[in-house]
Design a protein around this ligand. Sequence first.
Ligand code: XMP
Length: 318
Amino acid sequence: TWTPDSFVESTVAQLKKKVGSDKVILGLSGGVDSSVAAMLLHKAIGKNLHCIFVNNGLLRKNEFHDVLQQYEGMGLNVKGVDASDRFLSALAGKSDPEEKRKTIGRVFIEVFDDEAHMVEDAKWLAQGTIYPDVIESVSATGGPSATIKSHHNVGGLPDFMKLKVVEPLRMLFKDEVRRVGASMDMNPTLLGRHPFPGPGLAIRILGDITQEKVRILQEVDAIFINGLRDWGLYDQVWQAGAMLLPVDSVGVMGDERTYEKCVALRAVESTDGMTADWVNLPYNFLQKVSNDIINKVKGVNRVVYDISSKPPATIEWE
Ligand code: XMP
């Protein structure tokens, strides 16, 4: 019978045999799958696993710093690459959702390829692909691996894509991945994280992206997500986040009419992201979060809660 412990034992043994003393490159996204895949390879080959964690400037508030520290704490051989400026300048003036996704995918590949070249004589590319990714062929939720798959059709493969691929989680479902991570004593907070899209906050800022909009949305999102944690609601929600709408709505300040941003909060229950229901969050929680956002985040004067289910409304707004 399958147990997480026996899976770890047999997979580590297989990885040792397969990879030997070769070097392996792996892109970490901060998500559960790539992190668990990294830990298995770390157990098998230690420093020969070269992890790359790219900051695209569209992550949650403090995420790059905090997650990088966690990875280092796990003993991983990881390099954090802050490419925020490269992504944000490539995105400047772009407001079409698919164009934004393509731009992020392209820049990710460029940055990752540059970094991969710095690992001399690497033989393998490891990916955190899980079974649902294999059957759908395009990951619904994945980070780097999903980005790579949907964008490798432009003019010749980058060098890192010519490496041999190793995917230790290929046969597992998400809950099994979490159990495997737990059996390796990985941080429960890391294992319990909500899915987060590869293009990050770019698809939650409707329309064009600026540094200032990213900053505003990071603040709003942090208040919402920390609130969910503080109120013990985080684990009852499959995915949550905030959208920055391209709407200036009217407010009052003294005798003046002001025009400031409106944000939408979204929290859904789901098993795989294919269908989803909005979560019936307590009114007093929404009240607290809304007040905090409006009082603390300059430039936002209105908060709404998205009560649409999928289908037809997708989880993301873009
Ligand atoms: P939708 O909005 O299609 O989202 O209901 C379903 C799930 O997929 C995630 N999502 C993405 N993940 N790249 C990703 O890696 C993307 O371009 C992308 N778009 C949506 C979304 O966060 C949800 O978990």
